[in-house]
Design a protein around this ligand. Structure first.
Ligand SMILES: C[S@@+](CC[C@H](N)C(=O)[O-])C[C@H]1O[C@@H](n2cnc3c(N)ncnc32)[C@H](O)[C@@H]1O
Length: 277
């Protein structure tokens, strides 16, 4: 994530190692460390070949791939800039001067880092729009929320800013949890949002809340749908899938006790809003 002297992201230098135990990496240009399966991905603001060679020599790790790319090419190919889902206005840290706190604008400060949830992926934007619609039309219905795969924490923060009193947010990526924790702090939502590093495939959190948000991938959604304990909430926002996946996902839904309130789309991405019958 952003640490002084850096105030924005420009180039990303990405190194993927074939193992997870690389020791402590204390480098001023380090953006963050992802652990994925049995590999580690290090993200830097600058080229770090010497450091990478040293790590490989000390740990016998090998590089699986390395890349240099522009920041906007990491998630969507778009510039990460200020955007609005009224009444929310979301600004990355390098555009904070765009945030004007008026009755109509509720500001959100975001360090998107290299974590999913900048707001520029259509699935994130759809989720934020539906959360906003639900909470501005029927705020009394939604006081508690579970955010499955929180990424940057943007959806949890948006929900709190619109009145949700209690959010539990989960992610299995430790770096996502760190970035989400930072963003929760930047927006003073620490009282309302609890973040927990959890693999929800192996430990489903209690879903006995008003709203569950799950912007995930198809295989994980199907696993969740097939678990009766997943279906304890009043409302569900499900996203992260495209039309070719809809039939299989629909077939896995227990429609005997659910109704599909709404389907939305943006680009190739789809979202369902579900409620208990
Ligand atoms: C598509 S992103 C969504 C992020 C954010 N909620 C949004 O809408 O922009 C999915 C997130 O789920 C997390 N995730 C994937 N598999 C997971 C698992 N098994 N348990 C917990 N989190 C998981 C990923 O690390 C990622 O942050």
């Amino acid at each position: 994530m952003l640490k002084p002297p850096y105030t924005r992201y420009d180039q990303l230098h990405v190194y993927n190692f074939d193992r997870i135990n690389l020791g402590k990496i204390d480098d001023p240009d380090l953006i963050g460390t992802w652990i994925e399966d049995d590999t580690t991905i290090l993200f830097f603001h600058k080229e770090k070949q010497d450091l990478v060679d040293t790590i490989c020599a000390q740990t016998e790790a090998k590089i699986l791939y390395q890349a240099k790319l522009a920041y906007q090419d990491w998630e969507t190919g778009l510039d990460i800039t200020t955007f609005s889902v009224p009444p929310l206005i979301v600004a990355p840290l390098w555009e904070e001067e765009q945030l004007v706190n008026t009755e109509e604008n509720i500001p959100i400060h975001l360090d998107p880092s290299v974590i999913f949830g900048s707001g520029f992926h259509p699935s994130t934007r759809l989720c934020l729009q539906v959360i906003t619609d639900l909470l501005t039309s029927h705020p009394e219905n939604i006081e508690s929320m579970v955010d499955l795969g929180t990424g940057t924490g943007l959806l949890s923060i948006g929900a709190v800013k619109l009145g949700v009193k209690e959010v539990r947010a989960y992610d299995n990526n430790p770096f996502a949890c760190s970035v989400a924790t930072k963003n929760i702090g930047l927006n003073n939502c620490q009282e309302q949002v609890r973040i927990k590093e959890t693999d929800i495939r192996h430990g489903l959190p209690d879903t006995g809340v008003d709203l569950v948000v799950a912007n995930l991938y198809k295989g994980l959604l199907i696993d969740l749908f097939q678990n009766p304990d997943f279906w304890k909430a009043k409302f569900y926002i499900i996203s992260g899938f495209i039309p070719s996946m809809e039939e299989e996902l629909l077939a896995a839904l227990p429609m005997n006790h659910l109704k599909l309130l709404e389907r939305r789309k943006s680009d190739i991405w789809r979202l369902w809003l579900l409620a208990q019958k």
